[in-house]
Design a protein around this ligand. Structure first.
Ligand SMILES: [Zn+2]
Length: 99
């Protein structure tokens, strides 16, 4: 039986994502009616170690349109309706959507 890594599911670690050649992360608002999102570029994502799972990071994001805490993370780089901001507790900084 083959092992399949499904990109649409977000249980993978950053290391597994990087191995597949993806280095950017997309952050989606949990509320599908809002659907705002932001790209975190590789420059940012590279600060996190390989062992971190995407769900470990999800509670740290807040949508700046609807205010919902928690987000859905996926590997990729095609953000659309940018709004989510991210409070990095390690840096004490807030990161906003950008290209
Ligand atoms: Zn939202």
């Amino acid at each position: 039986m083959a092992t399949v890594l499904t990109a649409a599911r977000s249980k993978i670690t950053l290391g597994e994502m990087r191995e597949s050649g993806v280095r950017d992360l997309l952050v989606f608002c949990q509320d599908y009616r809002c659907s705002r999102n932001v790209k975190l570029s590789a420059v940012y994502v590279d600060r996190w170690p390989d062992k971190i799972r995407l769900p470990d990071l999800e509670p740290r994001f807040i949508c700046q349109v609807c205010g919902k805490r928690g987000a859905i993370l996926r590997g990729g780089s095609n953000a659309t309706r940018k709004a989510i901001r991210f409070h990095d507790e390690g840096l004490g900084a807030t990161v906003r959507g950008s290209d």
